[in-house]
Design a protein around this ligand. Structure first.
Ligand code: C5P
Length: 234
């Protein structure tokens, strides 16, 4: 039987972010949002109270999910923080690491720039690390890592640096996995080791991930972070 998440509030981020260069151009990435949407759909089927913060994607909103659409990393940060407190945060979004320092209000013209154009980029806020440091902290903070190599080493580094509870690593750059694909291959890393979630359709992997989340929350304690009494007890 599927493990219920009834009464728990889950915030999921999904999709890419777009960082504007000017009114018609942006820096983006190839994230489809499918993994995060599958997680949100599975959590809603398990009767959780789900907020899905979605970057620009062409996907239908899953049933019984509250969706907040955003475009940039800065907007995603505001929407995610506004959705707290939560019991669980799952960061499945491919947030841009850098954004143009000075987006132009007018379209950049070739004739104005000559043969080269230098874009100055600044780091975007690390939403996952901020949520992991937020008080009250979600009981479980889960990040994703898309790597082409050395999955384990990078995942362990992210667990430590961002102070999260689980990192779900997926291998990109292989056919049948990662960005744009309907399928994926996932391994969950915690501070003690790893746990293969298997490979297959993202919808099935989302279920396997939420079973693991349920297990990590511990049995019988479905007290919600949105319950004011629960806050005082924390
Ligand atoms: O460090 P890296 O970008 O590989 O970490 C990936 C994880 O961190 C993902 O869960 C992603 O959603 C999250 N992240 C974030 N804010 C950023 C960059 C990444 O929340 N600015």
């Amino acid at each position: 039987m599927t493990a219920s998440l009834r009464g728990l509030r889950i915030v999921v981020s999904a999709g890419p972010t777009y960082e504007d260069i000017d009114p018609v151009r942006f820096l983006g990435n190839r994230s489809s949002g499918k993994m995060g949407f599958a997680i949100a759909a599975s959590a809603a089927r398990r009767e959780a109270d789900v907020v899905l913060v979605a970057g620009p994607v062409a996907l239908a909103t899953p049933d019984r999910v509250r969706r907040v659409d955003v475009r940039s990393a800065a907007q995603m940060r505001v929407a995610v923080l506004a959705a707290l407190p939560a019991d669980i945060y799952i960061a499945a979004a491919a947030v841009a690491d850098f954004a143009p320092r000075h987006p132009s209000a007018l379209k950049l013209k070739k004739s104005d720039t000559g043969d080269t154009l230098l874009l100055e980029l600044v780091r975007t806020p690390d939403i996952l690390a901020e949520v992991a440091a937020h008080l009250p902290r979600p009981r479980l903070v889960v990040g994703f890592a898309a790597e082409t190599h050395e999955l384990g080493r990078y995942a362990q580094g992210k667990l430590r640096d961002k102070k999260v509870d689980l990192i779900i690593a997926n291998q990109v750059g292989m056919p049948g996995s990662g960005f744009e694909s309907d399928d994926n291959m996932l391994t969950a890393f915690d501070h003690h080791g790893s746990h293969a979630l298997g490979s297959g359709p993202k919808t099935e992997l989302a279920d396997a991930l939420l079973d693991l989340v349920h297990e990590r929350l511990g049995d019988g304690d479905a007290t919600s972070a949105t319950d004011p009494l629960a806050h005082r007890q924390r």
